[in-house]
Design a protein around this ligand. Structure first.
Ligand SMILES: *Cc1c(COP(=O)(O)O)cnc(C)c1O
Length: 364
């Protein structure tokens, strides 16, 4: 645990002072963008000591973005603080977004729209082909509908952006003022939420006297990682950032993240450079495909539930953890002392996958 020595040592070479002032500059930059408060921020940064002992590698920490507060939490809430503010500024009265059937983004968007008094239309793409009633109607889908969103489905492989545009046309003709949020809220506006998270985490670490060596998280539509990449670059952090892919192959995932990080930095207007090699994704844990269970995900999810009392999700954070655990065992983090896993949320999706965990369907 941090002691006074840890707190003062880095101070002597001025690193925290410089880091503090870079964090402050970044808050000033971010304050120029419209934002509505939706999340419980800052989210906690907690040690995972039972897991660290079990794995015997670096000390593991969890950044609790599953505790952002809105409709059971998750990473989309940070993005929505900026996206919803932009929608309001443009005079929108209706939000349109899309995602996979068990989309956490859709659920958090439906909740944010409800909180702000906006109508919400959600298009769900059937990416898995599952006809399990729990998958189709429970978990996030149940919550989307409880929040009052109008939810409809589209076939796997549909052009979801075109579908959203067509819906917007129809709503415009009805006199509505629709605002389209891309899948995952992943554009430069949404990514600002994770630029802000990079700053928040760096400030927390300074405060705790903690030197974070690496930050690991699940990466999908890329806004989370792109925001973190741009934010860490803006504060000149040397934290090693690693995304664990849940869908695309590595080359595609990394170039999506890099492209969005560049666009985000340019949107911020700070002239921050984003080196291509600051974008790292390991896409070896996707398994048979997006949203399909893997043995590693199930083992990781159970291990965390049973060592730390934490819930993760089958599609994103569970596969991210599988990657973290396997890479610890393979020595990827050797020589590092503190590794943080960013918990991006998603446990509501567990109820869409009740049969994946090998638990008998009865009690004795
Ligand atoms: C959306 C999501 C992610 C991935 O974030 P992106 O910004 O889409 O890359 C990770 N974990 C959970 C639980 C999510 O819902």
């Amino acid at each position: 645990m941090a002691n006074t020595q840890d707190m003062t040592d880095p101070n002597s070479n001025g690193v925290p002072d410089m880091a503090k002032s870079l964090c402050k500059d970044l808050s000033i930059t971010l304050a120029k963008f419209p934002r509505v408060a939706l999340g419980h921020l800052p989210t906690p940064l907690e040690p995972m000591d039972r897991l660290s002992e079990e794995l015997g590698g670096p000390r593991l920490w969890v950044k609790r973005d599953d505790c952002t507060g809105l409709s059971s939490g998750g990473n989309k809430t940070r993005k929505l603080e900026f996206l919803m503010a932009d929608a309001l500024q443009q005079g929108a009265d209706t939000i349109i977004t899309q995602g996979a059937t068990q989309s956490n983004h859709a659920r958090q968007t439906a909740a944010a729209a409800a909180k702000l008094g906006l109508a919400c239309h959600i298009l769900l793409e059937d990416r898995t082909g599952s006809d399990d009633p729990s998958y189709i109607l429970n978990g996030n889908v149940l919550l989307d509908r409880l929040h009052g969103a109008s939810v409809s489905k589209r076939g796997g492989g549909a052009d979801m952006n075109a579908e959203m545009e067509a819906l917007a046309e129809t709503l415009l003709k009805e006199g509505k003022r629709p605002y389209i949020i891309p899948g995952g809220g992943s554009n430069p506006i949404g990514a600002l939420g994770y630029v802000n998270c990079a700053r928040e985490l760096a400030e927390q670490a300074i405060h705790m006297g903690l030197k974070i060596d690496a930050l690991v998280h699940a990466t999908g539509s890329s806004g989370t990682q792109a925001g973190l990449v741009a934010g860490l670059a803006a504060i000149q952090s040397d934290i090693h950032l690693l995304g664990i892919g849940v869908r695309a192959p590595q080359e595609k995932q990394e170039s999506m993240v890099h492209d969005l990080a560049l666009r985000t930095a340019s949107y911020m207007g700070t002239g921050t450079e984003i080196p291509r090699d600051s974008v790292r994704a390991n896409c070896d844990y996707v398994g048979p495909g997006y949203g399909l269970a893997t043995d590693g995900m199930i083992a990781a999810l159970k291990l965390l539930a049973q060592t730390e009392g934490l819930l993760f999700d089958p599609v994103y954070s569970g596969k991210g953890l599988d990657g973290l655990i396997d890479q610890i065992r393979k020595g990827y983090f050797d020589g590092m002392e503190n590794v943080v896993f960013l918990h991006t949320g998603g446990s509501a999706a567990l109820f869409g996958y009740p049969d994946s965990f090998g638990l008998p369907g009865y009690l004795t």
